[in-house]
Design a protein around this ligand. Structure first.
Ligand SMILES: Cc1cc2nc3c(=O)[nH]c(=O)nc-3n(C[C@H](O)[C@H](O)[C@H](O)COP(=O)(O)OP(=O)(O)OC[C@H]3O[C@@H](n4cnc5c(N)ncnc54)[C@H](O)[C@@H]3O)c2cc1C
Length: 490
């Protein structure tokens, strides 16, 4: 049975590997020149930048994925737990390290507020309970109806925790200090949301970063994408790069052919990993759309981003592997991201700097640092080279002032990737970096479906679908799709 997959993001690579292993004849088509999708690589003058994901979180999910092939992550790359997990600057010059050792973090929270450690312990117990239920009952399954969603333990736990309330309200019931609140809330950025628009259910993120830990695959996230690519090819999947899919031809409610700018591929089944909205609005005949233009217009989009890939000929020890610079009044920043009336390039942005060379000597030439600087931006903002340059200078000014170092004169590599680049490189809807936010109405059963409602043999895998954004989630998304396809056609 011929399966054609559109896109080699983690969603496409993992679907290819799982289906090729199960004997399907798999062809994968990708518009860019290498696998990984948003997890692409940029290199210049021996500086290596993971262009997208840099946090290896939820190691249990990676283990589960590789176990489908009788493998472990360590068969492909060396995994190191980071300590500190990450560093935070709360608007001043004094950094706070979040340790890989929970006991140290409890002691740290005691310095933030009375009984802070105890409060964190209780918060994490609740996050663990919810995470365990999610892994068992929520993340690895597909949803066809509301009854599937609110079943058994999840319902009971949901009622107990009032999972419909916002994360922000939930956190305010647990902590008083600004620092404690920010540490348990910042990670909601991984889900492309704000503490105000994301349900409290997602406090599981604190179990993920604080308890399960922050890991680094030696050689970078690109090694992880490579490993899934190699798995797929080892089972016979065929990959064609530099081929843009221009149409999925549908006859009689069945996808029959996938047409690229170079070739035509016959298909018995099609799986789209490219951005869902791009596929529905640009690749298929509108009469076969599951979702209308209006549907997409009405979604809460996860942010786009401004990313600067900067190579410096000096090492800055003030920066840990992951360092967060959080604005004192970060709520204004969330307004510029999620309130359409206030959408703008932010005045005082919170930002994130990743320095893989802190852990990995292959990431930069000796004595140098690879800096990846990320700031979320509202999708669809005006994007010009002048605006980018002005913004870059603003961030570098702030970074230099915060860590008391001259950075500018050490820059030897500089590349900016933002807004319109996401559209052009990945066909991202309105330039979103991360698809749809995880609001209540865009979670689980309410995310775009894994299977087209109008075309019998058309499936979707990747961050737009359940369980959502992030590399581990896209692996799960493919596991769900592959299971469904195996049951139906295998
Ligand atoms: C800057 C950034 C930082 C991130 N940080 C993290 C992190 O630290 N940890 C984490 O877990 N996650 C992180 N994420 C999220 C994570 O990277 C994504 O959720 C995940 O990689 C998405 O995978 P995907 O397979 O759904 O889509 P994609 O990776 O976007 O793959 C889709 C593929 O389809 C291709 N395509 C599109 N249109 C066509 C077409 N017409 N024809 C052929 N091919 C097409 C695209 O080129 C692309 O290769 C980050 C994302 C970004 C952008």
């Amino acid at each position: 049975m011929k399966v054609v997959i559109v896109g080699t993001g983690f969603g496409g690579l993992s679907a290819a590997a799982l289906l090729a292993k199960n004997g399907f004849d798999v062809t994968v088509l990708e518009k860019n020149d290498h696998p990984g999708g948003r997890a692409s690589v940029y290199s210049e003058k021996n500086f290596y930048f993971d262009m997208g994901p840099s946090w290896y979180l939820m190691p249990d999910v990676f283990e589960n994925f590789y176990s489908e092939f009788g493998k472990k992550p360590e068969d492909f790359f060396e995994l190191k737990q980071l300590d500190p997990s990450y560093r935070v600057y709360f608007g001043g010059k004094n950094p706070t390290d979040i340790s890989a050792d929970l006991e140290k973090n409890f002691a740290l929270f005691d310095t933030f507020e009375k009984d802070g450690g105890l409060k964190l312990q209780k918060y994490l117990e609740s996050a663990k309970e919810m995470y365990d239920i999610s892994i068992k009952d929520l993340l690895y399954r597909d949803y066809k109806s509301i009854l599937d969603f609110f079943s058994g333990k999840l319902l009971m736990q949901g009622v107990k925790l009032n999972i419909l309330e916002s994360l922000d309200k939930f956190v305010s019931k647990h902590f008083e200090s600004d620092e404690a609140k920010k540490i348990v809330e910042y990670s909601i950025g991984f889900l492309g949301g704000s503490p105000q628009n994301t349900p409290s259910f997602y406090h599981i993120m604190s179990h993920i970063d604080l308890t399960l830990g922050v890991w680094y695959p030696e050689g970078g996230m690109r090694k992880v994408a490579d490993s899934v690519y190699k798995l797929a090819t080892s089972y016979g999947a065929n990959f064609y790069f530099n081929e843009s899919v221009t149409k999925i031809e549908i006859e009689d409610k069945k996808a029959k052919r996938v047409i690229t700018d170079k070739n035509t591929y016959d298909a018995d089944l099609v799986i789209v990993n490219a951005d869902y909205a791009h596929s529905e609005l640009e690749l298929i005949d509108p009469k076969y759309n599951t979702y209308s233009d209006k549907y997409w217009e009405g979604r809460v989009l996860a942010p786009s981003a401004f990313v600067a890939y900067v190579g410096v000929d000096k090492q800055f020890d003030e920066l840990a592997h992951h360092t967060l610079f959080l604005d004192k009044d970060w709520s204004k920043g969330f307004d510029t991201l999620f309130d359409p009336k206030k959408a703008a390039w932010p005045e005082n942005p919170s930002y994130y700097v990743n320095v893989p060379s802190r852990t990995d000597t292959t990431a930069a030439p000796q004595g140098s640092d690879t800096l990846f600087i990320l700031i979320p931006l509202a999708p669809g903002l005006k994007d010009t080279s002048e605006l980018r340059e002005e913004f870059f200078n603003k961030i570098i000014d702030n970074l230099e002032a915060t860590i008391d170092q001259d950075i500018r004169s050490h820059i030897v590599v500089k590349k900016i990737f933002a807004l319109t680049d996401f559209k052009e490189r990945y066909n991202a809807y309105k330039g979103t970096a991360l698809s749809l936010s995880h609001t209540m109405k865009q979670t689980a059963l309410f995310r775009p479906a894994h299977k087209s409602k109008k075309v019998d043999n058309l499936y979707y895998s990747g961050q737009y679908t359940h369980p959502g954004i992030g590399v581990p989630m896209t692996l799960i998304s493919s596991q769900i799709v592959a299971k469904e396809i195996n049951e139906k056609y295998g």
